[in-house]
Design a binder for this molecule. Structure first.
Ligand code: FPP
Length: 245
């Protein structure tokens, strides 16, 4: 029974974190345990992403950021990479069709240049079409790596210095944040990693400075709104001090 039903500010039902980020891990193991090909795990994981994104929107989360494909995931078999890319295309086609109804703003974090022209075109269309929506925003990390993002931002800042647009002495944490894929978006409050792995895997390295982590053994294809409620309840039990006392 989900705990967090709708947007609320009552003392009994605390508001959800403003920004939740998820490493959607465990698709492969889920499929293997069921005697299915790994790609079946990604298909199930893709459905769970839809369900969790809708749930986040309905309970008043403002931003959901998911790790869909890392800079290291190209090491997987061609079959698996192309299955994941196919699921992303399918999701974007559907998202475009339902955009008027769902009003979900979609953004993409990562070095998108390595993606196929077809996927790039869909991403561009989705990005532009959904830009007008002000409510819930889902950020999909594609060919994303936290270190790569920081290098990319440093390079862009250095470039701005060479053209005179920026000066090295003006660089602050806040200015640097504006060169990241997540420019203008608040840092994640809660980062969830299902599947039992307890590591960051190059996800939102800069943005996670003060995030609360939540790890669970549940595999991503088995992740439900009730599991998300548990993560949010755990988040509310934390004492966030941001370096203070
Ligand atoms: C990690 O599990 C998952 C991925 C690398 C791919 C995630 C992609 C999707 C859920 C599909 C498309 C996404 C969207 C947003 C529509 P794993 O394969 O590493 O699992 P394992 O650790 O059990 O092998």
């Amino acid at each position: 029974m989900p705990l967090f039903k709708k947007k609320t500010t009552s003392a009994a039902q605390l508001p959800p974190p403003r920004h939740i980020a998820i490493i959607m891990d465990g698709n492969g193991r889920w499929a293997t345990r069921k005697g299915l090909p790994r790609t079946a795990g990604h298909a199930a994981g893709s459905e769970v992403f839809r369900r969790i994104a809708t749930y986040c929107r309905d309970i008043g989360v403002e931003y959901l950021t998911v790790y869909a494909f890392s800079t290291e995931n190209w090491k997987r078999s061609e079959e698996e990479v192309s299955a994941i890319m196919g699921l992303l295309k399918q999701y974007l086609f559907e998202a475009l069709e339902k955009m008027e109804r769902d009003k979900i703003r979609l953004k993409f974090f990562g070095d998108l240049r390595r993606l196929s022209p077809e996927l790039l075109e869909l991403i561009d269309r989705t990005d532009k079409t959904s830009a007008k929506y002000q409510g819930f925003q889902a950020n999909i990390c594609l060919n994303y790596g936290g270190r790569d993002e920081i290098v990319h931002a440093a390079r862009a800042f250095a470039q701005a210095c060479t053209t005179g647009e920026a000066k090295p002495e003006d660089l602050t944490e806040s200015v640097f944040s504006d060169y990241l894929y997540s420019a203008g978006i608040p840092d994640p409050d809660l980062i969830i990693r299902p599947s039992g792995e307890i590591r960051i895997s190059n996800f939102l390295l800069w943005q996670s400075a003060y995030a609360e982590y939540y790890f669970t053994d549940v595999l991503w294809p088995d992740f439900t709104p009730a599991e998300l409620d548990k993560a949010i309840a755990a988040f509310h039990r934390r004492n966030r001090r941001f370096g203070g006392v």
